[in-house]
Structure formats: structure tokens, C-alpha cells
Design a protein around this ligand. Structure first.
Ligand code: AG3
Length: 285
């Protein structure tokens, strides 16, 4: 390893992770951020934006399955899905697996992320850009949700952390726009960082979302490359029942879908809403 170039993540100063670069496939500044895609012996291809790992070939399935299938199975009849961000294509791939979904819009601010991930991370999108239900919009997510006339059943905010272009996707403006373009029984989910290291992010999102949604909470999964423990996903809807399904309800929806996942299953679905006490305490202060 010693003769290979080492890439250090810079998200949390003073505590982090590194990757050895077997080969750099792409590295350049886009109009919005610094984009690197490289090959690593352990994690496969790795994509980072502004020094923060966004996705790796080896563990991306955990994140994408959890953000797509939890809200879609909880909803039960989701036909129209909005993905905000998602430029690597992994979220689109998982959403496309739902045959009941009729329309998918993805709003990504950075066309270059889409272009180079299609080229260098082909297993992420896995052909889903060709899906006839799919519509790509290159635009700022905040503008889109505040201006569109379209309505959605599920909104998935597959964003970066609230630094750089991702910052606006953690604002009241964005949450209000999302509440505005959700149908009745609609569900909003968003990545909210690793709560052990980024607890303020969860607390802030919780406070802001509560101004626009009746039911606001989080669910969680451990994703190895988002180091520091579990990642929390914000959950917001006007209907608290959507977060409290019986196992049998989710099981029958999952069975009917004919899907088999690598991380998600109905027991994980229910269990992922259990949150550590330190997070519950922080949220209730
Ligand atoms: N975007 C979320 C990356 C979060 C990184 N944050 C962290 N490690 N705390 C993932 C994009 C995948 N489609």
C-alpha cells in the first residue's frame, strides 16, 4: 500500500478515514463542486464530492435500498416519485424496481455528476436512465419544489451534507416546498448524516420539518463508508400511521413486489425506526 496515493476524507476534522487510490478514473472541478471517482481495492469504485465520500460500489446498496424502499413500501400505493440530488443513479435504480411506480423525476443540480457517474459507475444506474417513466431535470432542488405544478407521493432527498451546494437542501424553504408538492399521504425522506458525529444536523432538520409536517422522525442504517456509526434519515409526513405499520402489512407488500434485496427486508423496515436514546433525548430538548 505504501507506494500508492492515499486519499483522506475531510468531513470531520481530526477524525476520519482514508482510501488508497488504485487508479483515478476522473478528477475535475464541475461548475458546482470538486468531483473525484477512483478505484480502491476494498470498496471498489469510490465517488467523492468536495472531499466527502458520496458512494462506493461495495456498500451503496445499503443506503439506496433504505432510502427508496422504506418510504415506498410504507406508502403502499406510491405512483409518483421525486428524487432530489441522486446524480450517481443508485437511487433511481432502486426506485425503478417498483412496478407500481408510474413516474420518476430526478432533480440534480450538477449535470457533470450525472454524466461522469453514468460513465464510471455504470452499476449504480444499471440502465435505469433508459426507463420510460424517468424524467431528468438539471436544476436547483429548492427552486424546483417551490415552483413545480407536479405532485408526488414520495420525495427522496439524496443530497450531500449541508456544506456547499447541499446546504440549501436543509433549509425551511426546501422543506416547505416539499410539503407543498406532496400528495395526501405523501412521505418525505432525506439523508441526515451520521448522528453520533453530526447530531446538530438531525436536531436542526427535526425542528425545521416540524413546522410543515405533522409527523417528523428518523430511521437509521449503518453504512460503512459513512463512518462514525449509524446514518439517520429524516422522515416527514402528515400521517403518523405511515411510520407505524404492522410487520404483516410490510411483509405482504414486499412479497407482492417480488423483490429481493441485499439489505432491506420487512423486519429491518420496522426495526430501523428504533433510535438510540442519546438521539431521542437530543430531539426532545
Ligand atoms: N449522499 C450522502 C453522503 C453523505 C456523507 N456524509 C457523511 N459521511 N456523514 C450519498 C449519495 C448517494 N447517492
Amino acid at each position: 500500500m505504501s507506494d500508492k496515493e492515499i486519499w483522506f476524507e475531510t468531513l470531520h476534522s481530526g477524525f476520519g478515514q482514508f482510501f488508497s487510490i488504485k487508479k483515478t478514473l476522473y478528477h475535475n472541478k464541475t461548475d458546482h463542486q470538486d468531483l473525484i471517482i477512483f478505484e480502491n481495492d476494498v470498496m471498489g469504485r469510490v465517488m467523492a464530492l468536495d472531499g466527502v465520500v458520496q458512494t462506493t460500489e461495495r456498500d451503496e446498496f445499503i443506503y439506496h435500498e433504505m432510502m427508496a424502499h422504506i418510504p415506498i413500501f410504507a406508502h403502499g400505493k406510491a405512483k409518483r416519485i421525486l428524487i432530489i440530488g441522486g446524480g450517481d443513479g443508485g437511487m433511481l435504480r432502486e426506485v425503478c424496481r417498483h412496478q407500481g411506480v408510474e413516474h420518476i423525476t430526478m432533480v440534480e443540480i450538477d449535470a457533470n455528476v450525472v454524466e461522469f457517474c453514468r460513465e464510471y459507475l455504470p452499476h449504480h444506474s444499471a440502465g435505469s436512465y433508459e426507463d420510460p417513466r424517468f424524467n431528468l431535470v438539471i436544476e436547483d432542488g429548492v427552486n424546483f419544489v417551490n415552483q413545480t405544478e407536479l405532485k408526488f407521493d414520495v420525495i427522496i432527498s439524496d443530497c450531500t451534507d449541508p456544506i456547499g451546494p447541499g446546504e440549501s437542501l436543509f433549509t425551511s424553504d426546501f422543506y416547505q416546498g416539499c410539503a407543498r408538492c406532496l400528495n395526501e399521504n405523501g412521505i418525505f425522506v432525506a439523508q441526515n448524516g451520521v448522528c453520533f458525529l453530526q447530531q446538530d444536523e438531525a436536531v436542526n432538520s427535526h425542528q425545521k420539518l416540524a413546522n410543515y409536517f405533522e409527523d417528523v422522525s428518523f430511521y437509521q442504517a449503518a453504512i460503512p463508508t459513512y463512518y462514525g456509526g449509524i446514518m439517520t434519515f429524516a422522515w416527514a409526513s402528515q400521517n403518523p400511521q405511515l411510520r407505524h405499520h404492522q410487520l404483516t402489512t410490510i411483509e405482504s407488500r414486499f412479497t407482492a413486489s417480488g423483490m429481493h434485496c441485499r439489505y432491506y427486508n420487512p423486519a429491518i423496515h420496522l426495526g430501523s425506526f428504533a433510535l438510540p436514546q442519546y438521539l431521542q433525548d437530543a430531539l426532545s430538548q
